[in-house]
Structure formats: structure tokens, C-alpha cells
Write a protein that binds this ligand. Structure first.
Ligand SMILES: Nc1ncnc2c1ncn2[C@@H]1O[C@H](COP(=O)(O)OP(=O)(O)OP(=O)(O)O)[C@@H](O)[C@H]1O
Ligand SMILES: O=c1ccn([C@@H]2O[C@H](COP(=O)(O)O)[C@@H](O)[C@H]2O)c(=O)[nH]1
Length: 240
């Protein structure tokens, strides 16, 4: 049997918090998280080093708290703590499927998870452990997409994989505009000029400046993660 050769040695996978809900209205759907983890296990089995940034939209978004009258920075800290909960659930699901996972938090919460220390994260990746980065960038007014760009650049990932509920970048939000069409690829500048809301401008700009390509693909579609890692035609490539 010939084993497929991955196109990348080290990747940064951004998992949407909202995608963890599955068909539920809120929180973490057990079957959904287990299925996502089994897809991650498939690519680690190919020898790919995987770091994950997990979102928090299934639990809390600072912008929603802010618009409801809360202090925005306080609401953002709540959002970051939501990502810690998701990271713990994800690492737990990984361990139950035989992966070794380490959660590293950008906010100090040492009784719960270890702090983010870059050399330690690199060591874990070299040892074949999956590193789950929690608490985003550790700063309010940012997003976990920006955390994915930041950590991706820091660890020398070759690609940021944005795993989400849609199968790529569209000319408009496909959940709002049924006539929107999907791009196979486009540049960061095009994505920013056209104000495409799939990632925030800070994340796009950081990836562009660091020449770190982003692949947007569906985490709902079975096997899509593996196909992206194998360099096959899947989702949308955003390049510098
Ligand atoms: N041009 C576009 N192309 C594709 N999707 C778009 C576009 N504009 C907006 N979207 C929306 O962006 C969503 C994907 O973002 P997603 O919710 O995964 O990111 P997120 O907010 O970072 O995740 P989370 O906070 O849940 O972790 C899609 O579900 C889609 O509705
Ligand atoms: O660096 C960061 C990352 C996240 N936040 C807050 O957390 C929530 C959830 O993150 P998503 O990227 O929306 O999944 C976000 O709405 C922010 O409130 C942050 O402040 N800083």
C-alpha cells in the first residue's frame, strides 16, 4: 500500500467555535467534536505537525456582549475564556482518541492550563503532540482568526487552515446571499479590498505581511481536512 504524502510538514488549524455546535443551538455537540478530532487524527497519522486555534462563537462573542451594553473589553475577556473551555473539551476529545494534546493559554490561568510559551509549543510539535492554543491573542478587540495568523507565523506553519461552516470564500456571505459565488483562490489584497467577511482584516493583513497562505474549507464536509493537507483541490486558497 502506498501512503499519501502530505503537502505540509506543520500546519495551523483554526477551528470555528460555532462549528462545534453541530446542529445544536449552543455549546459543544459531542458527536461533532469527536468527528472533527478523528479528522485531525488522520492528518497527524501522516506525520503532519498540527497546532490548533479554537474559536469561541459557540459560547460567547465579545462584540455581542459589547452591543448589549457590556464594557467591550470585559466582554472580550469573557470570549477568550470561552475559547479556553472549547480548548479543554477539544484536548479531552483528542486524548480519548489516542492523540497527545497540550493546551496553552494566552491568558494566565495556570491551575487549569499551562501558559503559552513559544519554545515549549515548538518542542511539543516536534514531539508529535497536538498543541491547542487557547484564549486567542490574550488581548481584547482581537479575534481568534488573528490569533491563528499570529500563532501560525510564530510556529513557522506553512499554511493556516480555516475550518469553518462554509466551503470557501464567496463573493458575499453565502448564508445571506444565495447568488454568491465561490473563489478557488484570491489574494489577501483582493479579499481586503472586497471586504469579504470570512476573516477579519487584521488576520488577513498579518498573513499577507508574513506571506502565510490561508486555506478556507468546510469542516462539515467529511475528508476535506485531509484533502487540504494532501494539497488537493478543496476550499479557497488566499495567498500573498
Ligand atoms: N465572503 C464570505 N465568504 C464565505 N463566508 C463568509 C463571507 N462573509 C461572511 N462569511 C461568513 O463567515 C462565516 C465563517 O466564519 P466563522 O464563523 O467560521 O468564523 P469565526 O467567527 O472566526 O468562528 P467562531 O467565532 O465561531 O469560532 C461563515 O459561516 C459565513 O457565514
Ligand atoms: O484574541 C482574541 C480572541 C478572541 N477574543 C474574544 O473572544 C471571542 C470569541 O472569539 P471568536 O474569534 O469570535 O471565535 C471574540 O468575539 C472576542 O470577544 C478576543 O477578545 N481576543
Amino acid at each position: 500500500m502506498t501512503l499519501a504524502t502530505p503537502a505540509y510538514k506543520r500546519i495551523l488549524l483554526k477551528l470555528s467555535g460555532e462549528a462545534l455546535m453541530g446542529d445544536d443551538a449552543f455549546g459543544i455537540n459531542r458527536a461533532t467534536i469527536d468527528r472533527m478530532v478523528s479528522e485531525v487524527a488522520e492528518v497527524t497519522a501522516m506525520g503532519v505537525e498540527v497546532a490548533v486555534v479554537i474559536g469561541g462563537g459557540n459560547i460567547f462573542r465579545g462584540v455581542a456582549g459589547g452591543s448589549a451594553g457590556m464594557d467591550r473589553a470585559t466582554a472580550d475577556y469573557m470570549g477568550m475564556l470561552a475559547t479556553v473551555m472549547n480548548a479543554l473539551a477539544l484536548a479531552d476529545a483528542m486524548e480519548r482518541q489516542g492523540l497527545t494534546a497540550r493546551v496553552m493559554s494566552a491568558i494566565s490561568i495556570e491551575q487549569v492550563v499551562e501558559p503559552y510559551v513559544r519554545p515549549k509549543a515548538l518542542q511539543y510539535l516536534e514531539e508529535g503532540k497536538v498543541v491547542v492554543f487557547a484564549a486567542g491573542t490574550g488581548n481584547p478587540f482581537f479575534t481568534t482568526d488573528t490569533a491563528a495568523a499570529l500563532r501560525g507565523a510564530e510556529i513557522g506553519a506553512e499554511l493556516v487552515l480555516k475550518a469553518t461552516k462554509v466551503d470557501g470564500v464567496y463573493s458575499a456571505d453565502p448564508h445571506k446571499d444565495p447568488t454568491a459565488t465561490r473563489y478557488t483562490q484570491l489574494s489577501f489584497d483582493e479579499a481586503m479590498v472586497r471586504n469579504l467577511g470570512i476573516m477579519d482584516a487584521t488576520a488577513f493583513a498579518l498573513c499577507r505581511d508574513q506571506k502565510l497562505p490561508v486555506k478556507v474549507f468546510s469542516i462539515i464536509k467529511p475528508g476535506a481536512l485531509k484533502r487540504v493537507v494532501l494539497g488537493e483541490d478543496e476550499g479557497t486558497l488566499v495567498y500573498a
